[in-house]
Design a protein around this ligand. Sequence first.
Ligand SMILES: Nc1nc2c(ncn2[C@@H]2O[C@H](COP(=O)(O)OP(=O)(O)OP(=O)(O)O)[C@@H](O)[C@H]2O)c(=O)[nH]1
Ligand SMILES: [Mg+2]
Ligand SMILES: [Zn+2]
Length: 358
Amino acid sequence: MIDACFENSFSRAKVKVIVDSPLSTWTKNPNLAKSLSAKMRKTVKGTVVKSTGSWYQVVSDTDGQRIDARIRGKFRLDGKRLTNPVAVGDVVELEIDSKDGTGLIMNIEERKNYVVRQSPRQKHHLHLIASNIDLALLIVTIVNPMLKQGFIDRFLILTEPRDIPVLICFNKSDLYSDEDMLIARYLCNLYESIGYDTCIVSALNKSGTDQLKKKLQKKTTLVSGQSGVGKSTLLNTIHPGLNLRTGILSDYTGKGQHTTTFAELFQLDDETRIIDTPGIKTLSYNNLEVMDVAHNFREFFQYSSNCRFSNCTHRNEPGCAVKKAIEDEEISELRYANYLAILDEIEDQNHWERHRDY
Ligand SMILES: Nc1nc2c(ncn2[C@@H]2O[C@H](COP(=O)(O)OP(=O)(O)OP(=O)(O)O)[C@@H](O)[C@H]2O)c(=O)[nH]1
Ligand SMILES: [Mg+2]
Ligand SMILES: [Zn+2]
């Protein structure tokens, strides 16, 4: 659905740049020469490494040059259900303006995958977080800032539809009390039991960071999480050359100050790339239906083939295999509670609002 929407926009935005007038004609006509030279622009292929809203930075595949690029105003409007039609990680074709060296994004290569969320600012728009990734590294911490109940499960709904592997990393272990550590270990066991990788680290005293670094090698990793959990600090610890800006701990009083403001991709070596992103304040799911959530709680989905009804939402339906698995302690009650909270939120939203034709 989303891809189709891009493709329509892009095919409409493509322009013909073939110029068939003979050289002699335009050398005699300065106005024509001007307009033709504007059309005869160089085409370059590259990867989007930074997105600031209206400008994108693209690194050229051929010479590694950084190019400031824009998208044609028209297809920004066409893709109105997205706040950003081009994502960090996208491979794009640019037309280079011979005068100022800036680029115009003409085409986006088909994405291997992408992570998209409801836009934090415009609730009827989607926001692309990144594309073409091998791993999503979700950084959380038990304290400073406190882990919000359900946050991990909400994040996993973003990666599950595209089968993107997730590594859930508990940072700031140096600040954990014995009880905090028990909670972190409990959560690690829970998520590992359903197939997600986990780790407990401290960016400050570097415990566990070497193992984490190994897990990121030869991959493109999206780094995500609430603001202040230490995403940028952890990346600086793993790769000191990065020098990412980090926040001051006392700023993180729950008010959600963001130190990193734009998603940015960093090439660490030939095969290793990481994408640092701004902190997530809240994850809402205005854009989802109840069954989307049911399908993306992976262990629920596995059991659901044994539910009596194929469209079972695992609430009050008779013969529900998911509820039976919870009773048998094969599915976590915590995951189930978080699932019900998301369903309630979705159903509380005005049905008509969600089905408006934009
Ligand atoms: N004690 C302790 N503090 C840490 C650790 N990692 C990061 N911090 C501190 O947490 C604060 C926030 O770190 P950042 O790296 O800016 O957090 P971020 O997740 O990138 O935040 P945003 O860019 O706003 O999303 C800084 O003061 C860091 O020094 C850690 O392992 N232990
Ligand atoms: Mg940051
Ligand atoms: Zn069921």
